[in-house]
Ligand binder design. Structure first.
Ligand code: 3PG
Length: 306
């Protein structure tokens, strides 16, 4: 059995070593395709792979058509919007993710971005503190829970909205649940986005929603660029010169944001949230173990397609 790790944005070496050990101890072969720049390299590499570990790498019909021997794809991470689930199902391929394994890393980066923004991007002028400010967590999943844990240490007043999480679970964590996204944005000085990119959420963070934020509101995005309605956010930030936007996922309209909103906008050059050795080890080794469990015992825990 051949397991291919195909990562346009590679894992730390220590994580690859750990993945290799899991795969080779199970008696399988590991192949590596890192930092590829052309889709054809992926199409060639998947030809004889029985299992595939990816990150944000796109697995579409073309990739699945090329991967004639493929049985399983594990997205080492949380969001699997980069995998065409219907096509995978049609090709008889099991798709899994590794929920929670990189969530602390993403949550820590949300605070890195947040602090940078409230300190005016370190321009030497007086900024503000996070302590005592109202933080809105938009979606209370694994990353949202880690954000809440860190925010408690900072002393923030924490609110959350999640249509799929029971209010009681948030209250048990000492978080104030609100009844709608609109209420969350209207209440909070800082909103941290943790919604996945789905047909329902794409473009949903728009003029109306962000425009509800109080004066000097800060929007932090470590989720997905697709959830933002970029044209509307640009229009809003022109209408509301008090608002700031910081993101770990470079917008399609990055140049317009950067030109129009100096001192109020920042994007990392490359998505960095899950780019820590710890997160790479956790997610990469979990992916390898899930593959071994699937191939040896038929274990389908964490399967995300039907
Ligand atoms: C995830 O969905 O797990 C995060 O967005 C991290 O993605 P990455 O593996 O592409 O850094």
């Amino acid at each position: 059995m051949k397991v291919l790790v195909a990562t346009e944005k590679p894992f730390a070496k220590v994580a690859v070593d750990g993945i290799r050990k899991e795969i080779e101890d199970a008696g399988y072969e590991l192949a590596l395709l890192e930092k590829y720049t052309d889709k054809q390299q992926l199409l060639d590499a998947v030809k004889d792979a029985n299992a595939l570990i990816i990150r944000s790498d796109i697995v579409d019909k073309e990739v699945l058509d090329a991967a004639k021997e493929l049985k399983i794809v594990v997205r080492a991470g949380a969001g699997y919007d980069n995998v065409n689930l219907n096509e995978a199902t049609a090709h008889g391929v099991c798709v899994m993710n590794t929920p929670g394994q990189n969530s602390n890393a993403v949550a820590e980066l949300a605070f890195g971005l947040m602090i940078m923004a409230v300190r005016n991007f370190y321009d030497g002028k007086s900024g503000t503190e996070l302590k005592g400010k109202k933080l809105g967590i938009h979606a209370y999943g694994n990353v949202g829970r880690n954000v809440a844990r860190i925010a408690k240490g900072i002393g923030m007043d924490i609110y959350a909205y999640d249509a799929y999480c029971p209010k009681e679970a948030m209250e048990a964590d000492g978080i104030k649940p609100v009844g709608s996204a609109e209420e969350l944005y209207a209440t909070c000085n800082v909103v941290s986005l943790h919604i996945p990119a789905t047909p329902e959420t794409k473009g949903s963070v728009n003029y109306d929603l962000v425009g509800r934020m109080p004066k000097n509101g800060l929007l932090v995005n470590t989720a997905r660029k697709e959830v933002i309605n970029e044209e509307e956010l640009i229009r809003l930030m022109n209408d509301r010169p008090d608002l700031k936007y910081v993101t770990d996922i470079m917008p399609v309209h990055n140049e317009e944001f950067a030109e129009q909103f100096p001192g109020r906008y920042f994007s990392t050059p490359k998505k960095m949230g899950a780019q820590t050795a710890e997160a790479n080890i956790n997610a990469g080794i979990a992916a390898a173990r899930q593959i071994v469990g699937f191939l040896k015992d038929g274990c389908e825990k964490f399967r995300v397609n039907k």
